[in-house]
Design a binder for this molecule. Structure first.
Ligand code: XMP
Length: 513
């Protein structure tokens, strides 16, 4: 039984990977490729179905992304989404024009439930719209299968040719029954079995990594976080002792973290990773002295990281590949896709131009966080590591507003330790996606004993989120907060105030810098 796959052809839409993720949730393997991929290449991949993504252009614009008509004659089911739906309409003789008014946001859609795509969907359902053009007339042989107040053809279908199109975005959560529509397409229209599992991702990755790496030497940047731990164990499974894992203790880790990571992944732990720990705090502090601008700090930490790796690589000799645990949200938020640069996560956008390795390998680049955790479970990594909260590569460097000094690092480490300890003790950590202490650059007057203090304010932050792209500030019971605050001001020298950050993302971000 061959592997079944759905091909997502990317026309520049911002939700391309989300579509892939939703398909994987139907237990069908999925890959995203640019629309410039040739018809021959598509044929060779033998997809069971094709999905056209949305995109920022108008199909009638000069030079707008398009695809040769032959794709509709392959006999492979196609689902066009947003721009993809307009492209299908325009290519097959329909008419696409500017809509009289743009539709944006949650929109009431009336669907024809006899269409296979809408089986089980309510006749009146809410979908997410984001468009200025629309299909004014469907091509010959197509039926209109959904309408809105604005769109005379919010969906269309030619069931004989298994061609389907929707103006709205079934992949986003705001389309209430979007998952059902995508599962109808993948399972009922394309006829996929739906028997793909994360375990297959692991097997497949192990196979392709072996092919790619051959007998080359691999260096993995292991931080002990979920992503790099999963990447390291995956690589170890693929190439065994060709892999060396370098753990850089940059002096910006949480309290005791260096030793904890070494205990799990070092020679005394259950894995055989050729683990090397480099204690490099001094050189990071030296390079960060006097630097206050967040992006500059990120770049410095990212660069210094790579320099340390290069040095280790030279000691090992002839290292061909560098492995990084980059995951999909890192890629988009670093502006490597089409979206604006929000932060250059050091493991992607912050890389220096000259890197001394033949190639960088990022086996988790297409996965969302919860998918990475699933892959970790498949690999047998213990639950307490797999479900760990994320910790940014630049570490406490971006949780200290302004200049980083060893003294400030000590303050955040101690405050953060107390915060985590009390939150766990109170059992509220299970609902939190990420929670930590940061150090504001604010010093203010306080009174302790009978004396005046002029000390720092610690900021506590706790958020809930499923994908880290948006987040809500999480409520922590008042009595727990009181206990934490008392402990921090009493036990951490240099702190006389504790503040709580109530802001969501957007408009804030999760980290303070
Ligand atoms: P933000 O602050 O962008 O965080 O809302 C989203 C997620 O990304 C993590 N993060 C980083 N991870 N390098 C990383 O490896 C970075 O520079 C970085 N900045 C933020 C953050 O902890 C959260 O999980």
């Amino acid at each position: 039984m061959g592997r079944e796959m759905i091909l997502v052809l990317d026309f520049g839409g911002q939700y391309n990977q989300l579509i892939a993720r939703r398909v994987r949730e139907c237990n069908v393997y999925c890959e995203v490729h640019p629309y410039t991929m040739s018809l021959e290449e598509i044929r060779a991949m033998e997809p069971k179905g094709i999905i056209f993504t949305g995109g920022p252009n108008s199909v009638y614009e000069e030079g707008a992304p398009s695809y040769e008509r032959g794709i509709y004659d392959l006999g492979i089911p196609i689902l066009g989404i947003c721009y993809g739906s307009q492209l299908m309409a325009a290519s097959l003789g329909g008419l696409v024009t500017a809509a009289p008014v743009s539709e944006y946001g949650k929109t009431e859609v009336k669907v024809d439930t006899s269409s296979k795509l809408f089986e089980g969907v309510y006749e009146n359902t809410v979908c997410w719209m984001s468009h200025t053009d629309y299909i004014a007339r469907v091509p010959e042989g197509f039926l209109v299968t959904a309408r809105t107040k604005v769109c005379p053809a919010a969906a269309m279908a030619c069931p004989e040719r298994r061609l389907y199109a929707v103006q709205f975005h079934p992949e986003v959560m705001h389309t209430v029954q979007g998952k059902l529509m995508l599962s109808n397409f993948v399972l009922k229209i394309c006829g996929c079995r739906g028997d793909w599992k994360m375990g297959s991702f692991v097997e497949e990755s192990v196979r392709t990594l072996r092919e790619k790496i051959g007998d080359g030497k691999v260096l993995c940047a292991l931080s002990g976080g979920v992503d790099s731990s999963v990447a390291a164990v995956l690589l170890s499974k693929a190439v065994g002792r060709q892999l060396t894992c370098v753990f850089v203790d940059h002096g910006l880790l949480r309290k005791n973290e260096g030793d904890e990571v070494e205990a799990v992944f070092g020679p005394e732990g259950p894995y055989d990773l050729n683990f090397i720990r480099v204690n490099a705090a001094e050189r990071f502090y030296a390079r960060l002295a006097g630097v206050t601008e967040p992006e500059r700090k990120r770049k410095i930490i990212g660069e210094e990281f790579i320099r340390v790796f290069e040095e280790e690589a030279k000691k090992i000799g002839a290292v061909d590949f560098l492995v990084q645990g980059t995951i999909y949200p890192d890629v988009i938020e670093s502006g490597l896709g089409k979206s604006a640069v929000i932060k250059s996560h050091h493991n992607v956008g912050g890389l220096p131009d000259t890197v001394d390795f033949r190639e960088i390998v990022e086996p988790l680049r297409m996965l969302f966080k919860d998918e990475v955790r699933d892959a970790g479970r498949e690999l047998g990594i213990p639950e307490y590591l797999v479900s760990r909260q994320p910790f940014p590569g630049p570490g406490l460097g971006i949780r200290i507003i302004g200049e980083v000094t060893p003294e400030k690092v000590r303050i955040v480490q101690d405050a953060d330790y107390i915060f985590r300890e009390e939150v766990a003790k109170a059992g509220v950590d299970r609902n939190l996606a990420q929670y930590f202490a940061a150090l504001s650059n604010m010093r203010s007057v306080g009174v302790m004993g009978d004396g005046r203090t002029y000390d720092y304010a610690v900021v506590l932050r706790a958020v809930t989120t499923s994908d880290f792209m948006t987040a809500e500030s999480a409520p922590i019971p008042w009595d727990v907060m009181t206990r934490i605050t008392n402990r921090i001001v009493n036990e951490v020298k240099g702190v006389n105030r504790v503040l709580y950050d109530y802001t969501g993302k957007p408009p804030a971000t999760i980290e303070l810098e």
